[in-house]
Design a protein around this ligand. Structure first.
Ligand SMILES: *[C@@H]1O[C@H](CO)[C@@H](O)[C@H](O)[C@H]1NC(C)=O
Ligand SMILES: *[C@@H]1O[C@H](CO)[C@@H](O)[C@H](O)[C@H]1NC(C)=O
Ligand SMILES: *[C@@H]1O[C@H](CO)[C@@H](O)[C@H](O)[C@H]1NC(C)=O
Ligand SMILES: *[C@@H]1O[C@H](CO)[C@@H](O)[C@H](O)[C@H]1NC(C)=O
Ligand SMILES: *[C@@H]1O[C@H](CO)[C@@H](O)[C@H](O)[C@H]1NC(C)=O
Ligand SMILES: *[C@@H]1O[C@H](CO)[C@@H](O)[C@H](O)[C@H]1NC(C)=O
Ligand SMILES: *[C@@H]1O[C@H](CO)[C@@H](O)[C@H](O)[C@H]1NC(C)=O
Ligand SMILES: *[C@@H]1O[C@H](CO)[C@@H](O)[C@H](O)[C@H]1NC(C)=O
Ligand SMILES: *[C@@H]1O[C@H](CO)[C@@H](O)[C@H](O)[C@H]1NC(C)=O
Ligand SMILES: *[C@@H]1O[C@H](CO)[C@@H](O)[C@H](O)[C@H]1NC(C)=O
Length: 485
């Protein structure tokens, strides 16, 4: 028996005397272990906070830049009542004055109004650190409408700036040991539903005209509006981020909204929110067309998303600067209304082009893939009636699913046909009934090999080796769109 405890067959205990003591020793060890577990359990039941306030249990914070500051050095108090906006602002100023640095936010609850970041900054949220957005909109500054939207997204005129904000920056990192930025969205959602707000609600984290950004290893909780909104930014990485908002009753709490952004990677994220998990955008109708900045070169991989009201991963509906070269791979979307959505409308102009979806799992979603071209929501009445977006080159390879009502609904129109769609290795099990499960109109493209469910007649059929088996019976005819199921 002793040998099983000895690595490489070399016993630690020798001789008959030691062997006699062994059972007693083991019994004693067992008793000590049992007692510790018992004490630990009752301690954590009685008072988790006392146990956790022992700071030695927290991971020590790595030094990631030359200059390192502690938020408490600037007078911050973590009682959840003191407003720490001044402390954050002084800390950011100190870092700016030194040309960059790291700001550590220790464990604790740090109430604050919005503040701005600076370049060459690492904001580090320790384990147990919570940056808490204040529930008082008079302390949230107003910003002008985004040029590519013309208006605040839900009210005309300006909009509230985000809790954590940055403009014209480079080299910004928000990271930590899974600390939290909490927007206390409930306050805003309630006011919004009561129509008690005069301006568009604020995002939680919003960076504009910035580059070289990393958001990692943090939790973003209960945003008032879109959670992370990078606008006209370049080179952005989002990894190991958890984004949470209630699945219902939390309007417009999209997880991540890459908006006119280029070179972006989103990976290893868990998102469960009250609107789209990820929504790639690029401006709204005539304003977006004039601004003319696409969202392009975006890779989304290894994500798990739940969106009961809207969709897991969306493109649009605001896409008037264009959207191209988007890859989504290894994504699991569960208990969602829609898994993959592409939405646009007359008036948007521009293009949605070169999309690759690979290795997706749809687990209990109402609709799997949906393309909608009549999302008629416009900023004002001056949109161009002839600005039809061009939608083409979209491929789906390796899609699995179960419990899905409508695996595919591609709804092109006479003016916005969907071109060059490809499906391969696609098998999505149904939850409901056997008709209206592959809905098509004004779509053209091909299916390679067998897929399930059986595709609509609008698509050409190829064998796995690329031989044409059957030409599409019909290309541009309304076949079978049924929004009722
Ligand atoms: C920051 O300051 C607080 C209070 O002085 C202290 O408890 C904490 O250990 C400090 N953290 C770091 C990373 O210096
Ligand atoms: C952040 O910067 C923007 C742009 O300079 C400014 O309009 C806004 O008022 C600033 N926000 C805060 C909280 O200082
Ligand atoms: C980070 O915190 C969130 C919210 O508490 C939790 O759901 C998630 O599992 C944590 N992530 C890690 C890697 O510990
Ligand atoms: C909204 O505008 C109305 C009328 O101008 C004003 O009375 C009210 O205080 C404003 N509310 C907020 C939340 O700003
Ligand atoms: C992108 O940003 C990261 C993080 O700041 C940086 O290390 C990298 O060099 C940047 N890439 C390019 C091509 O500028
Ligand atoms: C970020 O989280 C991932 C996954 O939990 C972990 O492997 C990695 O070490 C973390 N990075 C830091 C800097 O803590
Ligand atoms: C498309 O985006 C990927 C990132 O997902 C990038 O590596 C690639 O260079 C881009 N392709 C083109 C043609 O720009
Ligand atoms: C497909 O994606 C799942 C996550 O949804 C992942 O576990 C699996 O390894 C991926 N398969 C391949 C071949 O990359
Ligand atoms: C789509 O990809 C092709 C091949 O890389 C490229 O020639 C074309 O410009 C891309 N379209 C857009 C809109 O980026
Ligand atoms: C379609 O998109 C893929 C992926 O971006 C690209 O490699 C391919 O060249 C595109 N095809 C055309 C015809 O643009």
């Amino acid at each position: 028996m002793a040998d099983t405890f000895s690595p490489n067959g070399r016993p630690h205990l020798h001789g008959p005397t030691s062997k006699r003591w062994l059972p007693t020793l083991l019994a004693a060890l067992w008793a000590i272990c049992f007692a510790s577990v018992f004490i630990w359990q009752s301690a954590s039941v009685r008072s988790i906070s006392i146990f956790r306030s022992n700071s030695r249990l927290y991971q020590s914070i790595p030094r990631l830049r030359k200059n390192v500051f502690n938020l408490t050095d600037f007078g911050a108090v973590d009682d959840g009542r003191t407003i720490n906006t001044g402390a954050f602002e002084r800390a950011v100023q100190a870092i700016k004055a030194r040309g960059g640095g790291q700001l550590n936010v220790p464990s604790g609850t740090w109430l604050t109004a919005p503040f701005n970041l600076t370049s060459h900054l690492t904001l580090f949220l320790a384990e147990g650190a919570v940056i808490l957005g204040i529930e008082d909109e008079t302390l949230w500054p107003l910003l002008p409408a985004l040029p590519s939207y013309g208006y605040g997204r839900e009210e005309k005129g300006p909009r509230y700036g985000s809790l954590i904000h940055g403009q014209n920056l480079k080299d910004v990192v928000i990271t930590g040991h899974n600390g939290t930025i909490n927007g206390q969205g409930q306050y805003w959602w309630t006011k919004y539903k009561r129509r008690a707000l005069n301006f568009t609600r604020p995002p939680l984290v919003h960076l504009m005209w910035s580059k070289d950004i990393i958001i990692s290893n943090i939790t973003l909780l209960d945003s008032p509006f879109w959670t992370f909104h990078p606008y006209d930014c370049k080179n952005i990485t989002v990894q190991h981020v958890t984004i949470i908002a209630p699945l219902i009753g939390a309007p417009n709490t999209d997880g991540i909204d890459p908006d006119s952004c280029e070179d972006m990677l989103v990976e290893n994220c868990y998102i469960s929110v009250g609107d789209d998990g990820i929504a790639i955008k690029s401006g709204w109708d005539q304003y977006g067309i004039a601004y003319g900045r696409p969202s392009t070169n975006i890779l989304i991989r290894d994500v798990t998303i739940r969106s009961m009201i809207s969709a897991g991963i969306s493109i649009g509906s605001e896409m008037s600067g264009g959207v191209s070269n988007i890859t989504v791979e290894n994504a699991r979307i569960w208990e969602s209304r829609r898994a993959i959505r592409i939405k646009t409308s007359p008036g948007r102009g521009a293009f949605i082009h070169n999309l690759t979806y690979r290795n997706l799992t749809f687990d209990n979603c109402r609709v799997g893939v949906i393309v909608k071209t009549d999302y008629n929501e416009h900023p004002d009445d001056d949109w161009d009636r002839k600005a039809f977006p061009v939608v083409s080159n979209i491929s789906f390879v390796g899609v699995r699913g179960w419990g899905v009502r409508v695996p595919v609904r591609i709804h092109g129109s006479e003016h916005i046909p969907i071109r060059d769609v490809e499906l391969k290795d696609f098998a999505v099990g149904l939850s409901y009934k056997k008709k209206h499960i592959f809905q098509c109109s004004f779509v053209e493209g091909r299916v390679i090999g067998e897929i399930f469910p059986k595709p609509c007649e609008n698509l050409d059929m190829y064998s796995m080796d690329g031989t044409l088996i059957k030409k599409a019976a019909t290309e541009n005819v309304m076949v079978d769109i049924d929004y009722d199921i």
